[in-house]
Ligand binder design. Structure first.
Ligand code: SF4
Length: 263
């Protein structure tokens, strides 16, 4: 294709990208044919980078989240937690994520680092995400509670949040979900379910099937910490099967290797 014609194609693709929610698409064959031309790189970039509206939406959501984060950082609604925390743990990830994970509360590692799911359970969550072909930056991760539940003096480990603490902090999570508007939510563990839905039930009754939160499909699965305590392959497989359902719901391609995968 002569250069002027290619310039016109690139300009048209850029216009589509700016004005639409979806990036323009080019077949692999078409891109392969253009491989050796000097404009191939420009075409590839136009066809693979996020479209303009999508970028703008992500920026707007990041600004809105930053405003909530600021309020959370100064929050003292639970006086006992505001005194004991090192810092609040707001949430992390893509403000425009399709997929959002919800855990219960920061533990000691998270309290120190200011980021959710960074301890051993967090590392396992990162591995699960990788197996789903996601990076942590692709999804959004938050907890019901933004402060670490305090421990008695000399106490060891972490404690689950109380119903009152969860009710007090829940509005911040609701705001996060309202801003991000993910296509799919995943609640990790029974405490997260209780905090989000106010429902108390055994995980074996809740997990593995679709629920909804404000019209958003919600998958409930075991907390990664449970998998660290219970190393039975059958339990790990259950979590992975829940994640396969999530991938299907998001219309993500699932390879044969992924179908047969065990965490
Ligand atoms: S747990 Fe939530 S509501 Fe309570 S002090 Fe921390 S940020 Fe505020």
């Amino acid at each position: 294709m002569p250069q002027p014609a290619l310039d016109l194609v690139i300009a048209a693709l850029e216009k589509i990208r700016e004005e639409n929610d979806r990036a323009p698409r080019a077949s692999r064959t078409a891109l392969a044919r253009l491989q050796d031309t000097p404009v191939a790189a420009s075409l590839r970039e136009v066809c693979t980078s996020p479209p303009g509206r999508q970028l703008q939406a992500a920026r707007d959501k990041a600004d809105l989240l930053a405003a909530v984060r600021e309020r959370v950082g100064a929050c003292t609604k639970c006086a006992h937690l505001a005194c004991s925390r090192t810092q609040t743990v707001f949430g992390v990830g893509n403000p425009d994520a399709d997929l959002m994970f919800i855990g219960e509360a920061p533990g000691a590692d998270e309290d120190q680092q200011g980021e959710p799911f960074v301890g051993r359970a967090g590392q396992l969550l990162t591995r699960i995400l990788k197996a789903m072909n996601f990076a942590r930056e692709d999804v959004y991760i938050a907890n019901i509670l933004k402060c670490r539940p305090d421990m008695p003096a000399g106490g060891f480990g972490n404690r689950p949040p109380t119903p009152t603490e969860m009710q007090t902090c829940r509005p911040y999570l609701v705001e996060q979900i309202d801003i991000i508007q993910p296509r799919v939510l995943v609640a990790l563990g029974a405490v997260a379910v209780e905090g989000l839905l106010g429902t108390r039930a055994a995980m074996r009754e809740l997990r593995g099937r679709w629920h909804t939160y404000n019209s958003i499909p919600l998958m409930i699965t075991y907390h990664p910490a449970y998998l660290l305590r219970n190393q039975a392959p059958s339990e790990k497989r259950k979590v992975w099967e829940d994640m396969l359902q999530v991938l299907e719901r998001l219309e993500r391609p699932i390879s044969e290797r992924q179908r047969n995968y065990f965490l």
